[in-house]
Design a protein around this ligand. Structure first.
Ligand SMILES: O=c1ccn([C@@H]2O[C@H](COP(=O)(O)OP(=O)(O)O[C@H]3O[C@H](CO)[C@@H](O)[C@H](O)[C@H]3O)[C@@H](O)[C@H]2O)c(=O)[nH]1
Length: 347
């Protein structure tokens, strides 16, 4: 990962989450001088402290909603990765203002604290749900991306270079559907499938970290980096897991949850028209025209592009055997399967 990390101080907000923990380990391996974790839950911090046992890791209790706590954690750092967020679609539907406080105002606090403290690079973690958002989680993440872009556009001499990354569902992340389905399989229950034809992008935790590293190394102020990914239907995902665990595929079809879409969009056609293609990644630069309306009138955007949005319906669609192969590449799935075969061996 460049720029160089040796002897650098890096802060990860939400550092005890699935992404955060992976990133902490990567940064330590890459020779970071100090890795700070800012999060709200002292028990999760203690568990991570015990697991890592590395005195380069420092823990800050606090909340991104509180500028003072972000400011203290940010002081003296070189780089910040902002992963703290309210991420569950259904709960944000019931408490949208909580999502505004954490995902929008909290993210604004993070960029303010970085700018005040002279942090040189900041990466915001966003989601496909921020494109054409229909739920509070996606809407607040879309606004978070706008906060990053506005910071870049309004502050040409900014001390902090801020960019965002956007990706789809991370397989096996905490609280997501794959661990839930595995739990149901273990308990001999039918899988609670919301809608079998619904599609989602599939990404590994390692892919998400790689995208963040790419943004960190190559991002210009206000850029959004998007990870391309294959997708599958939730029915095929559930079938693939049942096949791997060698149980019959039995589903309880529940119907869509609050705020859910049948498919997700990673990049809109307007963004694709401006995007630069890096193979596995897309870079969408900020629209840097200024707020001078007379100029807009004379210099509006006349480019036309009729390409389609990039969605979980029109990306590469994985079949059940392909989903099984992909799942088998994940350490979490292999651990579960090893554990399963050990228990069968014992019984
Ligand atoms: O009991 C369940 C729960 C979920 N699903 C479906 O499984 C898919 C994935 O659900 P889940 O793992 O809960 O993820 P999402 O609601 O898609 O949201 C996740 O993926 C986003 C990226 O799209 C992240 O931004 C969010 O933080 C993360 O929670 C969806 O189609 C759900 O309808 C089921 O079929 N049965």
């Amino acid at each position: 990962m460049s720029p160089s990390l040796s002897d650098r101080r890096i802060l990860i907000t939400g550092g005890t989450g699935s992404f955060g923990q992976t990133m902490v380990a990567r940064l330590l391996d890459a020779g970071a001088g100090e890795v700070r974790v800012l999060s709200r839950d002292e028990a999760k911090q203690e568990a991570l402290r015990i697991r890592l046992r590395d005195d380069r890791v420092r823990f800050y209790l606090g909340d991104v909603r509180d500028l003072d706590s972000v400011s203290k954690a940010t002081r003296g750092t070189d780089y910040v990765f902002h992963a703290a967020a309210l991420k569950q679609v259904p709960s944000c539907e019931f408490f949208p203002l909580e999502a505004v406080r954490t995902n929008v105002l909290g993210s604004a606090n993070v960029v303010d604290a970085c700018e005040r403290n002279g942090v040189s690079a900041l990466v915001y973690l966003s989601t496909d749900k921020a494109v054409y958002p229909i739920n509070a989680m996606g809407m607040t993440k879309a606004l978070m991306e706008k906060v990053a872009q506005a910071h870049a556009r309004n502050n040409p001499g900014a001390r902090t270079r801020v960019c965002s990354v956007r990706y789809g569902n991370v397989m096996c992340s905490r609280g997501s559907v794959i661990p839930l389905f595995i739990e149901q399989i273990r308990n001999g229950m039918p899988l609670t499938v919301t809608e079998p034809t619904m599609t989602r992008f599939l990404m590994s935790l390692a892919d998400s970290v790689e995208l963040v590293e790419h943004a960190f190394s190559h991002g210009q102020p206000g850029d959004i980096f998007i990870r391309k990914a294959p997708a599958c239907t939730i029915g095929d995902l559930a079938t693939a897991l049942c096949n791997l665990f060698e149980v019959p595929a039995k589903f309880d079809v529940l119907g869509l949850r609050h705020g859910e879409k049948l498919s997700e969009t990673l990049a809109s056609q307007e963004e694709l028209a401006r995007a630069e293609d890096f193979g596995d990644f897309l870079r969408v630069p900020v629209d840097s025209r200024d707020l001078n309306y007379s100029l807009y009138f004379e210099e509006g955007d006349t480019s036309r592009d009729r390409r389609l949005d990039y969605t979980s319906d029109n990306t590469t669609r994985l079949t059940v055997p392909e989903v099984m192969s992909l799942l088998l590449t994940l350490p979490e799935i292999r651990q579960h399967l090893d554990h399963e075969s050990l228990s069968v061996g014992r019984s």
